[in-house]
Design a protein around this ligand. Structure first.
Ligand SMILES: [Zn+2]
Length: 85
């Protein structure tokens, strides 16, 4: 699946996230890597064989108070959807 040379890490390799992004949908919160992995904005992953990887990295490295950020983000997305409808 990977068209690059040298080839990117395989979906089963520990450094699989180092593969290049071939499709990016930040508005939907996911990207497709050239090794077939779908990476979500919360760092969760969907592997080509259907296996899922739970979110495993903090998405906001600033302060502990940043824990409120996801709720703020969700309310912002909701506003966007209602205005689009
Ligand atoms: Zn590649």
């Amino acid at each position: 699946m990977c068209p690059h040379s040298p080839p990117c890490p395989d979906a089963k390799d520990p450094d699989r996230e180092a593969a290049r992004t071939i499709i990016s949908h930040p508005e939907q919160g996911w990207s497709l890597l050239c090794n077939g992995i779908v990476v979500f904005e919360d760092t969760g992953e969907l592997l080509p064989d259907g296996e899922t990887i739970a979110p495993h990295r903090p998405t906001d490295m600033t302060t502990p108070a940043a824990k409120i950020t996801p709720a703020v983000r969700r309310s912002t997305e909701g506003t966007g959807q209602s205005s689009a409808a």
